[in-house]
Design a protein around this ligand. Structure first.
Ligand code: IMP
Ligand code: MG
Length: 344
């Protein structure tokens, strides 16, 4: 599929990194381009025995042929960007847009020292909110002001649009999750900009008619870090009993936990105009699913869980994660069924 955008359906940490890295290896992806807020994101990619925790570099980097880009809408912390280039060895194929705005130490200090941001909202403390404030005030530095970034600058919108027009395979990578959106999320308990598919595309300079597929990623249960409502929230003891406790990639905080919520998922599908759904961590919900790669081999309770989501929402589930590794996945898109809702 020439142009696909991948977004999170709940409050982030749905497993986008894992899904994107699988697509990176399955598809002939020419360009992986990152939209979203900035280094408040943490995408975990496990590949060939290594675990990468990425905050700036597109998760698609494990496809060594893919060109890697960061769209103008994204906030860049140059230190993290350069460190991750070293960690992933992708120096010769990554670029960013000259209009990306730069996170400075003062933004991080403001994020951490404001009790409204750090305590009430519970931000990641990475400076993204205060940096977006300066961006709106039109006083922020951009990537073209930073000598260390000089060799990485490219007109990302032009490159991405040209690739789509030439029929190349472009994967647009979103960050955070739908209900962290500044517009459609649980305001004021949200991030500092919209993060639904439309904005992720705007971040990289792609208009709505250029997009062929919108893949929304849900985890088989819900987690959230920071303040704000979480329908059906479980106590930490209940979560521990179920084995659903997670620790946040960027902040090291314990994530709050709730069971999967079909109504929220339906709303996320609407807000993103999703054409496909991926469900991750099915093996955490049903441990006997671990490592399964064929739908037919799933236990009935897991199949019922999947079918119930599809039937309620009416959008096909195309990928099902069954473990942390890139290839721990059931790929229903590859198996080529046309109407999964009817067929299963
Ligand atoms: P900020 O984006 O750092 O300003 O944080 C605002 C809210 O969004 C807080 O509740 C954070 O925990 C949450 N948040 C931001 N980025 C992520 C993410 O990538 N995963 C999960 N939560 C996030
Ligand atoms: Mg994360």
């Amino acid at each position: 599929m020439p142009c696909k955008v991948v977004v999170g359906g709940f409050w982030g940490d749905e497993g986008k990194g894992k899904i994107i890295s699988y697509l990176a290896l399955r598809d002939k992806v020419d360009i992986g381009v990152r939209g979203g807020v900035g280094p408040n994101a943490g995408h975990t990619v496990q590949f060939e025995g290594k675990t990468y925790k990425l905050r700036m570099i597109p998760s698609i980097f494990i496809n060594e042929k893919a060109r890697l880009l960061i769209g103008a809408g994204v906030l860049v912390n140059p230190k993290i960007f350069l460190e991750e280039i070293n960690q992933t060895g992708c120096k010769n194929r990554i670029c960013l847009d000259p209009n990306c705005v730069i996170i400075e130490d003062k933004h991080i200090q403001k994020d951490k020292s404001s009790s409204h941001l750090s305590k009430q909202i519970g931000t990641t403390g990475t400076g993204t909110g205060p940096c977006n404030v300066d961006r709106v005030k039109r006083i922020a530095k951009t990537a073209k002001d930073i000598p260390e970034l000089k060799d990485f600058l490219v007109d990302v919108a032009f490159e991405v649009n040209k690739a789509v027009d030439e029929g190349k395979d472009v994967l647009v990578e979103g960050t955070q999750g739908t209900f962290l959106s500044l517009y459609h999320g649980t305001y004021p308990f949200c991030t500092s900009k919209d993060v639904t598919a439309s904005s992720i595309c705007a971040d990289v300079g792609l208009g709505p008619k250029k997009i062929d597929e919108v893949l929304v990623v849900f985890k088989a249960y819900i987690t959230r870090v920071g303040g704000g409502p979480l329908p059906g929230e479980l106590s930490q003891e209940e979560a521990e009993k179920l084995g659903w406790v997670e620790v946040a990639t960027v902040t090291g905080r314990k994530r709050r936990v709730a069971p999967f919520n079909v109504d929220l998922a339906k709303r996320a599908v609407m807000l993103n105009s999703a054409s496909q759904i991926a469900i991750t961590k099915l093996d955490v919900l049903f441990p006997s699913c671990k490592g399964i790669k064929k739908y037919a081999e799933l236990p009935d309770e897991a199949k019922n869980f999947i079918k119930n989501i599809e039937n309620s929402i009416g959008v096909p589930i195309t990928l099902i994660g069954t473990g942390p590794g890139v290839y721990d996945i059931i790929d229903l898109e590859k198996s080529g069924r046309i109407s999964p809702v009817i067929k299963r």
